[in-house]
Write a protein that binds this ligand. Structure first.
Ligand code: PMP
Length: 391
């Protein structure tokens, strides 16, 4: 990764996009997106799709699973995971720590899938002990959790959930939309049956793809369901295309898939474990910079994800004025979702970010606070970041 050259916008409208997804897209991926559109059943797409699938399996540590890369976004991936594993005889447990866990409950409702919700207060995650208690009280065939809920910044203890689930035989679905490629998801070692994700966050591609990997057990479960209430979302219709794109089901989004293949190459080149470490390091650096500038954090420190921060304002700083000022200083962040609206801002720090961009962001925050009339010693935020980042 380029960690040395200082990052500055090149055009007045060029802002550093630090919302919690989409993340900034690097030129190599944009160039791949702009390649000429080729036949969706031809060898160029075939080559890129095959490589993207192989790399995706590596990214989620799944030796023999089946990847699916389909035009859509994270919500389609959620629907595909559910509809291909939960039949009429099944009961689903939705573990929810926020807005996106609740979304899975809404999808269950929309399709009439029997489900219960195990929720917790916003800002933390359901504990493995909470899950164990629930599993002793009722039987579930499918269990869903959100790895990182983008509304709260809380990261679920997925590995520990797997250990609790091991005895139950339930299909375990993990929503990695705000985690895959930034935080470990070791499918084989942890016994995860499906990782579902989207192109636009830690994977670093523009929005436009639903991305999933099904374990062999999840594939068996799909095959055991006679029919599913889905057509485009039926993975058995996509499976032949994923193996051989010269076959046709529905026209794959050629350019987006080629860009995604490039995005996965970048991840493999960086090194998957190194990429996880970089996400941890950048999260530490950004949080120490923000803390030095007087901000605090919404998420319970035991559950903080390395992919985004949900940030409370210092006294006297108003949400809209701060975000507008920060935008004018070149950085785009998101407001709070649901009950946190107006009280926090959400800053994504995932994907192909550089240390130069981290420094630029904290300097922009400092400049914004100064513009709002707060008295801060110049260089405070940057000094805190430099205490963590060596390059
Ligand atoms: N799950 C999580 C954890 C998310 O953060 C999001 C999007 N922010 C989604 C699901 C839905 O993804 P999409 O907006 O791509 O449909």
């Amino acid at each position: 990764m380029d960690g040395i050259s200082p990052w500055r916008p090149t055009m007045p409208q060029d802002k550093l996009l630090l919302i919690p997804g989409p993340s900034p897209v690097v030129p190599r991926i944009l160039d791949a997106l702009a390649l000429p559109t080729v036949s969706h059943v031809g060898p160029d797409l075939g080559h890129d799709l095959k490589e993207a699938c192989e790399n995706l399996r590596k990214i989620v540590f799944c030796e023999s699973g089946e990847p699916f890369i389909v035009a859509g976004a994270g919500t389609l991936a959620m629907e595909m995971a559910l509809l291909n594993t939960a039949g009429p005889a099944d009961r689903v447990l939705v573990i929810s720590q926020g807005y996106f866990g609740d979304r899975m409950a809404q999808i269950c409702q929309a399709f009439g899938v029997g489900h219960d919700v195990l929720a917790c207060e916003w800002g933390r995650a359901v504990t493995p002990a909470d899950l164990d208690r629930r599993l002793k009280a009722a039987n579930y065939n499918v269990v869903f959790c959100t790895h990182v809920d983008t509304s709260t910044g809380a990261c679920a203890p997925v590995e520990e959930y797997s250990q609790v689930l091991e005895k139950t035989g339930a299909i375990f679905i993990v929503d990695g939309v705000c985690a895959t490629g930034g935080i470990p998801e070791r499918m084989d070692a942890w016994g995860i049956d499906i990782v579902l994700s989207a192109a636009q966050k830690c994977l670093g591609t523009p929005p436009g793809l639903a991305v999933l990997v099904f374990s062999e057990r999840a594939m068996e479960k799909r095959r055991a369901l006679a029919a599913v209430p889905a057509y485009y979302s039926d993975i058995l219709r996509w499976l032949p295309i994923m193996h051989d794109p010269s076959k046709y089901f529905s026209t794959p989004c050629v350019n987006e898939i080629r860009a995604f293949a490039e995005a996965t190459r970048i991840i493999i080149e960086e090194g998957i474990e190194d990429r996880f470490e970089r996400h941890d390091l950048f999260a530490d650096a950004i949080r120490s910079g923000l803390e030095a500038l007087g901000f605090s954090f919404f998420t319970d420190a035991r559950f903080e994800a390395s992919t985004l921060s949900v940030v409370r304002y210092p006294d006297g700083v108003e949400d809209k004025a701060f975000r507008a000022g920060l935008n004018a200083n070149g950085v785009v962040v998101a407001g709070g979702l649901g009950p946190t609206a107006g009280q926090v801002f959400r800053m994504g720090h995932m994907g192909n970010l550089t240390s130069a961009q981290v420094r630029f962001a904290i300097e922009a925050v400092e400049k914004t606070l100064a513009g709002l009339g707060l008295s801060i010693k110049a260089g405070t935020g940057r000094a805190a970041v430099d205490g963590i980042l060596t390059a």
